[in-house]
Write a protein that binds this ligand. Structure first.
Ligand SMILES: [Fe+2]
Length: 426
């Protein structure tokens, strides 16, 4: 795919796809009594700062300008040459080029009433929880298919606008409905060993729903390196500058962190003490620019979401390609001036569709296997201990593991060497 399609040079924003009309996996709606009401259930507050991706790093370097102020102007991430696309440096207030969201400081999202209502939904649906073997001891996925409250929360415009102002681009709910939302149950002192990882969706918002008082652990660790795979390597080799690892704590229930989890290596430390088990809601988001690089990893979902992934991923690609063709319809110049762009758009749209067909028919794969049970997992865990933390990720993300027994894929599409660290799921 040409670099013109990575969202930098072709700015276009389209509406998010609506939530799917039908549900996979024989999911039926759970009766509920509370309707989502943004006025009562949201309590949107500005994050104290937004951390940007660090494009390059040398050991020991301090980055004075990776903290910027909220709100970040829209299009700051994907259209750097646009006037006004800079963000404001947190310390000086001066304009700085926005390199993309790493993560936000924790900010309030749900009111007390919103937390209570969401916890009621969780209680009503806990019977449908499952696990992701080797990764997440207990979680609910696809809660939006069961709960209109959760669906409406994911599609709430005020919330989406707020998150867009963290990312510097318009964001919408992720196209694959099983991600809307995932709820994770983190037992005190328990759980499987998870570790540093990257997410399989572009952006996530993780909201704490449980009582944080007296909680020890449950801390988000973020490695702010420009190359997240390099970060994973350095963590594993214990060569990372500890100054490049941020630790972020949730002030309380109803607070969230919004992060570009596909671009920053992160982990969550285990909960060693708390008044109750840790409960988090994870919502997934994507850029509203259909030309943005597609950072959704199909293989992850194909191993954990039952019969949903082929349709959900096809839907995702349908939204993207429709948006790309919408750009052609609306913005490409008629006559010879538009020929080059027409050719590129048609070529890339066709390639994207063909790739999707290959993925859902299991004739290609979009990521190499990870070893979660063997030596790599042990090495990764040891590396984390060497950082002087008890950092075992308890937060499930969408980086699932290839089930080695599954299927017989014949082509590994991406030959780049991936770090064999175990990837965790929330
Ligand atoms: Fe994650």
């Amino acid at each position: 795919m040409s670099d013109i399609t990575n969202g930098v040079r072709r700015a276009h924003v389209v509406e998010a796809a609506p939530f799917a009309e039908s549900a996979p996996n024989n999911i039926k709606p759970t009766p509920e009594t509370v309707a989502f009401d943004a006025a009562r259930h949201l309590q949107l507050e500005a994050p104290a700062y937004v951390k940007m991706l660090v494009p390059s790093v040398s050991p020991g370097t301090q980055h004075e300008t990776d903290r910027v102020r909220f709100p970040v102007p829209l299009s700051a991430s994907e259209n750097q040459d646009r006037e006004g696309a800079n963000a404001q440096c947190d310390s000086t207030g001066l304009p700085v080029p926005f390199t993309g969201l790493a993560y936000s400081a924790p900010f309030r999202v749900l009111s007390d009433e919103g937390v209570e209502a969401f916890r009621r939904v969780v209680v009503d649906n806990e019977q449908f929880s499952g696990c992701v073997p080797s990764l997440v001891p207990k979680c609910i996925r696809g809660l939006g298919y069961r709960s209109k409250f959760v669906r409406d929360f994911n599609y709430s415009k005020p919330l989406l606008n707020h998150l867009s102002s963290c990312a510097g681009i318009g964001v919408g709910p992720h196209d694959m409905g099983m991600n809307l939302s995932q709820v994770n149950f983190g037992e005190i002192g328990g759980g499987v060993v998870n570790a540093w990882h990257l997410d399989s969706v572009p952006f996530v918002m993780v909201i704490l729903l449980s009582d944080h008082r007296d909680m020890e652990g449950g801390e988000l660790l973020v490695a702010r390196l420009g190359d997240p795979h390099k970060a994973l390597e350095m963590i594993r080799a214990d060569t990372i500058d500890p100054g490049m690892i941020d630790r972020v704590n949730y002030p309380g229930a109803g607070y969230a962190i919004f992060m570009q989890g596909s671009q920053i290596a992160h982990a969550v430390t285990s909960v060693t003490a708390a008044r109750e088990r840790r409960l988090t809601c994870v919502n997934s988001y994507q850029s509203l620019n259909p030309f943005s690089l597609n950072r959704t990893v199909y293989r992850t979902f194909s191993t954990m979401d039952g019969d949903a992934p082929p349709y959900e991923f096809a839907r995702h690609v349908a939204w993207r390609v429709r948006g790309q063709l919408d750009y052609l319809l609306q913005k490409v110049e008629n006559g010879s001036g538009g020929h080059g762009e027409v050719t590129e758009i048609l070529r890339d749209a066709a390639a994207e569709l063909e790739r999707a067909r290959g993925l859902v028919t299991n004739t290609i794969q979009d990521e190499r296997p990870y070893d979660t049970d063997g030596g790599a997992a042990a090495e990764a865990d040891a590396a984390i201990q060497n950082l002087g933390t008890n950092a075992r990720a308890t937060h499930a993300d969408r980086n699932a593991v290839l089930n080695a027994e599954e299927g017989a894929p014949v082509i590994v599409e991406e030959e780049e060497e991936r770090d064999p660290l175990p990837v965790s799921k929330l």
